[in-house]
Write a protein that binds this ligand. Structure first.
Ligand SMILES: Cc1ncc(COP(=O)(O)O)c(C=O)c1O
Length: 413
């Protein structure tokens, strides 16, 4: 393993996606930003686009902008996002609300489609929102939640989630299963096809949380045969802080799925002000209230860059970046007590690499003070989020080298 910075520079020189970094705002070139899996960088086109929405569409056109395009943005941006990143056809994806609210909406929709079943299955190690919402949807239904996975308080299991593991908790009372396509701690990719098949085998519905998957790995929700999927757009999609999330729904459910928050924007005739709620056709019914035209424009800019780069090229670079991080960590950090909490096999690893060390909190703080920004994950994880359009191989090199410097400089750790 060549651990020199020159080697990393050589990898950058050969990187076909290297030019995309210039399409982002990089005001501090010295900053080693390794947290694109929490908040993606700002695309250069976003501020001008948002300014156009604010000054021209809002400032000049005022209320007329709703009928001049704003009303269609949740579906239009959804179509572009779905086509670029989810393998989705038109009319299957809507951009709205946040992942928490969207997860609640689709889980409630799913349990209503299995009225004689009361169990909602989720994973003990999943992102808090997913666990809380799964438990609440089961409770409101008078059923209960069933959990996959061990009770872990420490490091995440690094093994990808398999169909047999999920099947072991399935039975004929399960209405819906909610799982993450990519584990937020370890970046392990679940067996999407096998798990979905196992869930369907017991007559239940499958909801995938793709927050750490969209923009990081190839997704084909039709090939997976998913029922519903949700995800955020502020990580790899670079939609900005608090950017609206998305929902994808399989066309076979479009006529029967019901939004438990029946807002006017999801009504079949928004401005009819009808006495009773009548859902809009298709995925539009998952809209609740007034969407943010400004935020949707920002998501659109982020998605456009990913669409231009293409998922296969992004995945190839992402795998190369994470493999390089793993190799460097093995070479420079393993002897200093740093472990790997992500799959070793790149085929099962998405866009980040999690390193574990007992002093992860202090290390993360010291890294940030040195201009290296990773992400701390309780209790002992340092996540290196490697965004293929903006992270360079030298960033990975410098980040890992900084961890080694800190660990060797302070023998007291
Ligand atoms: C896997 C996963 N699910 C859900 C969420 C929550 O998303 P939101 O804050 O948009 O509700 C996150 C946030 O990071 C996440 O990583």
């Amino acid at each position: 393993m060549d651990v020199t910075r020159e080697f990393a520079q050589g990898l950058d020189a050969a990187d076909p996606l290297a030019g995309f970094r210039e399409r982002f705002e990089i005001p501090d070139p010295a900053l080693v930003y390794l947290d694109g899996n929490s908040l993606g960088r700002l695309p250069a086109g976003t501020a001008p686009r948002v300014e156009q929405v604010v000054r021209a569409e809002w400032g000049e056109r005022l209320i007329r902008s709703w009928s001049e395009g704003w009303l269609e943005l949740p579906l239009e941006v959804g179509d572009r996002l779905g086509a670029a990143l989810l393998g989705a056809g038109p009319g299957e994806t809507v951009v709205c609300d946040n992942v928490t609210v969207n997860t609640y909406k689709v889980l409630r929709a799913a349990v209503s489609m299995r009225p004689d079943r009361g169990t909602v299955v989720a994973h003990r190690g999943d992102f808090p929102t997913d666990r809380y919402v799964a438990a609440e949807v089961a409770r409101t239904r008078g059923g209960h939640a069933a959990w996959i996975g061990p009770l872990v308080s420490g490091t995440a299991p690094t093994e990808p989630l398999t169909a047999p593991e999920v099947a072991s908790v399935l039975h004929d009372d399960v209405a819906v299963v909610l799982l993450s396509a990519v584990d937020y701690r370890s970046a392990a990719i679940a067996d999407l096809v096998g798990i979905t098949r196992a869930v369907h085998d017991v007559g239940a519905l499958m909801v995938w949380d793709c927050s750490h998957a969209a923009g990081a790995i190839p997704l084909d929700l039709h090939a997976v045969d998913a029922d519903f999927a949700v995800g955020c757009s502020y990580k790899y999609l670079n939609g900005g802080p608090g950017a609206p999330a998305w929902i994808w729904a399989a066309p076979r459910h479009h006529d029967v799925m019901a939004n438990p928050i029946p807002g006017w924007m999801g009504h079949a005739d928004v401005f009819a002000m009808a006495p009773a709620y009548e859902p809009a056709p298709g995925v539009r019914r998952f809209l609740t209230g007034t969407p943010s035209a400004i935020a949707l424009a920002a998501v659109d800019e982020g998605v456009a860059l990913l669409a231009e780069a293409g998922v296969p090229a992004m995945r190839a670079k992402s795998s190369a970046l994470t493999s390089y991080a793993v190799d460097l960590s093995d070479a420079l950090l393993a002897d200093l007590g740093v472990g790997l909490a992500s799959p070793r096999d790149p085929a099962w690893r998405a866009g980040h690499v999690t390193l574990v060390h007992p002093d992860a909190v202090a290390l993360t703080e010291a890294l940030i003070a040195r201009g290296v920004v990773p992400d701390f994950r309780h209790p002992d994880g340092i996540r290196l989020g490697l965004a293929p359009l903006t992270t360079r191989f030298v960033d990975v090199h410098d980040g890992v080298a900084a961890i080694r410097d800190l660990l060797t400089a302070d023998d007291g750790r």
